[in-house]
Design a protein around this ligand. Structure first.
Ligand code: KG4
Ligand code: ZN
Length: 402
């Protein structure tokens, strides 16, 4: 089965094409095409993602990114003899893409010239994310599905993040094996918009154990970076500084909610503490001082995330820990969690997304579509019912035991 996936929930325009063979856990995933175009540099000027700019860029970039992915997959070897879409198709596409004129132009220019690719399912991120950005990807996917008559599957972005670490040693053009999960598993989702602890009793079965009460971890990284004068996205920048940093008694930061008897998080207190430290020092912060502050921030965040995750894993008897989301690209956080798990839960496997799969990409959307539709044998909904949902949640909250 071949899946084409499209991701435009934030500031990455991404398209991926995979072939899935065999039954999980003996599935082999071959990455036929995988393209990610980041808009980060454009948004850097605003210090964060500007939704309408993101939408405009997705509109401009989707067809070129899509074309590149098709090229990688070898789907562009044969040109179609057609030059235009049939009138009835054109009207449909025009209606579907009426809010994205640039995308419509590029679509009708490119699509009629190529042969329908050998694809069984189109997957697209439906949420959570920035709604204007999500709609661009969804409308593009709807137009493709309509013109080529291929089923269209809406995918939850966080499910993509949660399943991304299952791909083992992936390389473009090669078959990758899947890592196996022993249930119950505990997922720690840490991205720019979310911080969630999710209990998985099985595939596609999620219970929300806790989430952030204020900033998401990635958001806290980005805000602290901005306060320190570093560019967006701040997570990788803080990380780069932190590597050169060391423990410094001038920079002691709190660990909010570390001992609260729930599994919620709070990061705005750490961020505010950094703000006061920066204010006290005004312009006197040296490069080494910055590195030490970045180190202190990263360590405080890693401590809270690891302690709470390990406690939840103990309480719910988790047998696998699964990390996902852009912040799981952070080595300090991964190492703290791994070291804690080795000590406290030596039987528990820790799965971390490989390079390129932590931050937004379409490969994870293809994988999630594989699990939710192909492996589970579920029929996708009617394309017209698919809508963007900025706040689409993956799991409902588990009520605390008395
Ligand atoms: O999952 P993602 O790509 O997009 C969302 O779904 O939000 O996550 C982006 C977030 C940003 O806040 C970025 O600063 C953070 O992930 N991030 C990192 C690192 N790489 C990306 N945070 C800490 N350390 C990193 N190495
Ligand atoms: Zn994401």
């Amino acid at each position: 089965m071949k899946i084409l996936a499209i991701e435009t929930s934030c500031d990455e325009t991404a398209v991926s094409i995979i072939r899935a063979e065999g039954e999980y856990p003996d599935t082999t995933i071959t990455i036929l095409g995988n393209v990610v175009l980041s808009q980060a540099q454009l948004h850097a000027e605003y210090g964060g993602v500007f939704p309408h700019l993101a939408k405009r860029e997705h509109s401009r970039n989707l067809v070129p990114v899509f074309k590149k992915a098709l090229e990688q997959a070898g789907f562009l070897n044969r040109q179609s003899a057609t030059v235009n879409l049939p009138t009835s198709q054109l009207a449909n596409v025009q209606t579907i893409l009426e809010r994205e004129p640039a995308l419509y132009e590029a679509f009708v220019e490119f699509i009629p010239k190529i042969e329908k690719p050998d694809i069984d399912l189109i997957a697209v991120t439906a949420g959570p994310g920035l709604e204007p950005a999500l709609w661009t990807g969804i409308n593009f996917a709807k137009a493709l599905a309509r013109v080529w008559d291929i089923p269209l599957a809406p995918v939850n972005h966080m499910e993509g993040h949660l399943l991304s670490s299952l791909l083992d040693q992936w390389r473009p053009g090669h078959g990758a094996r899947m890592r196996s999960i022993t249930f119950p598993a505990l997922g720690l989702l840490i991205s720019g918009g979310h911080t969630e602890l999710v209990l998985m009793r099985d595939f596609l079965s999620y219970e929300l154990l806790g989430s952030t009460r204020d900033d998401a971890v990635g958001e806290a990284f980005d805000k602290v970076a901005r306060m320190m004068g570093l560019v967006y996205p701040g997570g990788p920048e803080i990380s780069r500084y932190a590597v050169r940093g060391k423990e410094n008694s001038d920079f002691v930061l709190p660990r909010p909610m570390l001992h609260s008897d729930d599994f919620d998080f709070s990061f705005s207190g750490i961020k505010t503490a950094v703000m006061y430290l920066l204010r006290e020092r005004k312009k006197s912060l040296t490069e080494q001082g910055k590195a030490d502050l970045a180190y202190a921030f990263e360590t405080a965040v890693a401590d809270v995330l690891a302690q709470k995750t390990l406690r939840a894993a103990e309480e719910y008897g988790a047998r696998t820990l699964v990390l996902g989301g852009g912040v799981s690209a952070n080595n300090a956080i991964c190492n703290t969690l791994r070291a804690g798990a080795e000590k406290r839960l030596p039987q528990v496997a820790v799965l971390i997304p490989e390079a390129g799969l932590a931050t937004d990409n379409a490969l994870m959307i293809a994988l999630a579509a594989y699990f939710r539709y192909a492996a589970a044998g579920t029929t996708p909904p009617h394309p017209e019912t698919i809508r963007a949902c900025g706040t689409l949640s993956l799991a409902s909250r588990r009520s605390r035991r008395a």
